[in-house]
Design a protein around this ligand. Structure first.
Ligand SMILES: *Cc1c(COP(=O)(O)O)cnc(C)c1O
Length: 383
């Protein structure tokens, strides 16, 4: 047991509010009406937030966000389909990998990871390959925080009669998404990003037309979104044991999201992002230009000083001494590291981050020999 909260500056999992954490102490029967009601409230609230009443339905899938992605791909993209995966980061690569593992002949379109996907390049690819049946892409590519043009890509796909499967893991809750406006077919998110809930459940939001259709046989029990949906619609029950404590906390987190509103939450994160740029901008530069940056996380480079994972490990370990936890991996292509701007981040943590960066880059020890341990008082103040 660690006995102390990490100061999380990661794009999921994130720092939870005390009210959300408090909901995780109640044991509940998973097939009792009271738990079914909580499940129903979670599904309804997400549907409201995404403006999908009458057109879409929300299907929770046990597991991390990737489980939701794999479930959506397994259920809605059959082995004879020809999806095009548009990739500008590691989560786009992951979609392609999952499709390949499942034996789907997927095409791919790779673009630079420091720019949004280009709608005209996707259109040109669809012109060249008219057999494409589905477009798969990531809305906010958390690799760099770049935001891709969801509405324009979905609109293009709809004009061509191509289905869309969108990974909106890190954008839902902080970036306005409307099923009514964009008309996506399938979109996936999870509890532990901008919903500000604990990890353990993903949500597949699919059109009623696809859910009610017959589809192809899904060669998996746990990944069958349609079967889970039918169970929830028929008797309000998950097919196998749900994460009961996580769902209670997620319901509380969604209450908070509805109260705050997606736009205001995005502004709150954006203010944290800009504060981080001001705080450590002398030592590390934002990778993306301002228009491409999402409010979710900030990719930074310190070229000349941090070029390899080994260089970055020194910074990561240095920050951990201050109880500050940023994402632990350097993105090798862009040599960038990222800091999450989401969750219950306290101003004191940003102050501590400023001190920690200054100590690292200017400290007695210099970059090569990380500086002395921070004063324990400094951390206690930020707790
Ligand atoms: C976090 C994230 C995922 C994966 O979620 P896990 O919970 O780690 O499985 C997928 N796509 C994007 C864009 C993400 O940000």
């Amino acid at each position: 047991m660690s006995g102390q909260h990490h100061f999380l500056l990661t794009p999921g999992p994130l720092a939870l509010s005390d009210e959300v954490k408090a909901q995780m102490q109640f044991d509940m029967g998973s097939r009792d009406q009271s738990f079914k009601d909580i499940t129903a409230s979670v599904r309804e609230r997400i549907l409201d937030l995404i403006d999908g009443n009458g057109t879409h339905s929300v299907v929770p899938i046990q597991g991390s966000g990737t489980y939701g992605i794999e479930a959506a791909l397994a259920t809605f993209i059959g082995s004879t389909a020809r999806p095009l995966v548009c990739i500008n980061g590691i989560y786009g690569e992951r979609i392609l990998k999952i499709l390949q593992l499942r034996g789907v002949q997927a095409a791919s379109l790779r673009a630079s990871s420091d720019e949004p996907l280009s709608v005209s390049e996707i259109a040109a690819h669809l012109d060249r390959d008219p057999a494409i049946t589905h477009l798969c892409f990531v809305h906010c590519e958390t690799t760099t925080g770049v935001i891709n043009p969801l509405d324009a890509i979905v609109q293009l796909a709809r004009q061509r009669g191509v289905r869309t499967v969108v990974d909106a893991m890190s954008s839902f809750g902080a970036v306005d998404i409307s099923a009514r406006r964009s008309g996506f077919d399938v979109l996936v998110t999870s509890s532990n990003k901008c919903i500000e809930g604990p990890p353990g459940v993903a949500f597949v939001i699919a059109s009623l037309e696809l859910l009610a259709g017959t589809g192809h046989p899904v060669n998996s029990f746990v990944l069958d979104v349609r079967d889970q949906w039918q169970s929830l619609e028929q008797n309000g029950e998950w097919r196998s044991t749900p994460p009961t404590h996580v769902i209670q906390a997620c319901a509380k987190a969604l209450e908070g999201l509805s109260a705050e509103g997606v736009i205001r939450r995005g502004e709150r994160y954006g203010a944290v992002r800009d504060e981080i740029v001001r705080a450590i901008g002398r030592y590390a530069a934002p990778l993306l230009n301002v228009q491409a940056r999402s409010p979710v996380c900030l990719a930074l480079t310190a070229r000349g000083l941090i070029n390899t994972q080994k260089d970055f490990d020194a910074l990561y370990l240095h920050l951990a001494r201050y109880n500050l936890y940023i994402y632990s991996k350097l993105h090798p292509q862009t040599r960038s590291f990222r800091i999450g701007c989401i969750g219950a981040i306290r101003p004191a943590w940003i102050l501590l981050l400023t001190t920690a960066f200054r100590d690292f880059f200017e400290g007695a020890g210099s970059v090569a020999k990380a500086s002395a341990y921070p004063e324990p008082e400094l951390i206690k103040e930020a707790l």
